[in-house]
Design a protein. Structure first.
Length: 477
């Protein structure tokens, strides 16, 4: 216990009630006396990725439309990373308690994986509320790392929380975590201002009802890892090579995405400027009170001078959309390459793969990207469960006990399921694979349950030397 008080009790979600804004590093450094392990270059890059993801890139104006590629790329990678993902915590009553809370995270993991993909990383931060554990998801533009260990893992960070109880005052809480040699330190400071762009002056934590029970400073002993987990994108940081922070999945494609948006705008203009029109002599229209022609459709009809001998002229220009589309497709292909996506994810594939081998080759680039991201996600979730386990002990939320975490990710990105099914079935026929092993692979059953379903001893048919796999299918051994 931490002095009998629950540090995280009644803590509201980050930035509820008012959008968070990253304050300048120097401002926060002056307030809490702690420097940040984040360069200005890196901070600006995170801001750029966030704006691109929100479809507000700096190059957008009234003449430029966007394809929404950043959100599409982040969404597709998150989908492939988490599709059919399964994860369980088991091993003890403590594990059962953790598993119940853990599945609240797993149920929404695709959404937060997408945010991490877009901005380079995300923090899972468990806290205790009442008699349960809740997890906050802090995006890359809403926390400041302060320290890293020799392996590049974040060991200290400052988190921001804001609330606006009335139309005038904005309260900001800075929560500082540090894993030091003499223990784990957590500090809290509260500030009030009358502008979203200013952190304001320091006030007691009790100034905000939700923060009344939060202690200004606590120290916890026997902590091996921070009480938060950083989900870092696995790509190398080419923005700031000295920074251990992650980078957006589209960080290397920023210029290409800008060119794709420009090319898309050219395509829209080609259709708009090439709309069919009829140029008709002024004398063919009734006039309004000002003597101007009354056009039945201003997009279709345009006027010729009354002195022109022609009654009307048709305007049907030849569109160059295919040339523009070819150029756009070429840019999209390059974006796929630098983002680690298979050809055809964003672009139009010129020729279809005809064999399973060709299809696997096409998907190999995506597979490498997804496999690395899944590993990073697994590491972050394991660190998050560690923090949840520590909170369970500190607040006596569940009896002591060990736990195990299992992970299962879908491999259909590079696997031809039908071909694999036929291959394993043939192995059973040849006697190389047992029918219960087949069930374990196909249905995901435990060995005990698969053997019971097959009934290897009771169901053996000695006349034909066959076994029942289940569901009435017989396979020779």
């Amino acid at each position: 216990m931490i002095g009998g008080d629950r540090l995280f009790d009644k803590v509201i979600s980050f930035f509820r009630g008012v959008a968070a804004k990253m304050f300048g590093k120097e401002t926060l450094k002056q307030k809490i006396g702690i420097d940040f392990a984040m360069s200005d270059t890196m901070a600006k890059a995170v801001e750029l990725w966030a704006n691109m993801y929100a479809n507000r890139p700096p190059w957008v104006d009234r003449k430029t439309s966007t394809l929404g590629l950043p959100s599409a790329i982040a969404s597709e990678i998150a989908r492939m990373v988490t599709i059919e993902m399964k994860s369980e915590i088991s091993g003890s009553p403590r594990a059962d308690y953790l598993n119940e809370r853990y599945h609240d995270v797993i149920d929404s993991i695709r959404t937060y994986t997408e945010y991490s993909c877009a901005k380079g990383g995300l923090v899972f931060k468990p806290y205790v509320s009442g008699d349960t554990i809740v997890v906050d998801y802090i995006q890359a533009d809403c926390f400041y790392p302060t320290a890293f260990d020799a392996n590049g893992n974040i060991t200290g960070a400052v988190f921001l929380e804001q609330c606006q109880p009335d139309s005038r005052r904005i309260f900001t809480r800075l929560e500082y975590h540090e894993l030091a040699k003499d223990g784990y330190v957590i500090k809290n400071r509260a500030y009030v201002s009358y502008s979203k762009n200013d952190i304001g002056k320091e006030v007691p934590l009790a100034s905000v009802e939700q923060w009344v029970e939060i202690e200004p400073e606590v120290k916890i002993q026997n902590i091996e890892k921070p009480l938060f987990a950083y989900f870092k994108m696995p790509q190398a940081n080419n923005i700031d090579t000295s920074s251990p922070l992650g980078v957006s999945v589209y960080s290397r494609a920023v210029d290409l995405i800008r060119e794709a948006d420009k090319q898309y705008s050219r395509l829209l203009w080609e259709f708009e400027s090439g709309e069919r029109a009829l140029y008709v002599n002024d004398n063919a229209f009734l006039k309004d009170s000002d003597g101007k022609p009354r056009l039945p459709d201003t997009r279709l009809y345009r006027t010729l001078n009354a002195d022109d001998d022609n009654l009307f002229e048709d305007w049907t220009p030849t569109l160059r959309e295919q040339n523009i589309l070819n150029g756009l497709n070429s840019i999209l292909t390059k974006i796929e390459d630098v983002c680690g996506l298979a050809r055809g994810t964003l672009s139009e594939v010129q020729s279809e793969a005809k064999t399973a081998t060709e299809l696997k080759i096409l998907r190999q680039r995506s597979y490498a990207t997804i496999a690395d991201t899944q590993k990073a996600l697994q590491n972050a979730l394991e660190d998050m469960v560690y923090a949840m386990d520590v909170l369970c002990t500190l607040y006596s939320l569940a009896p002591s006990g060990k736990y195990n975490i299992s992970f299962e990710f879908d491999d259909s990105i590079v696997t031809d399921r039908a071909a694999e099914f036929a291959e394993k079935r043939e192995l059973v026929t040849m006697g190389v694979m047992k029918p219960w092993e087949y069930r374990m692979w196909y249905f995901g059953e435990t060995e005990e349950r698969a053997k019971a379903a097959v009934g290897e001893s009771a169901e053996q048919n000695t006349d034909e030397n066959r076994f029942t796999i289940g569901g009435g299918a017989n396979v020779a051994t």
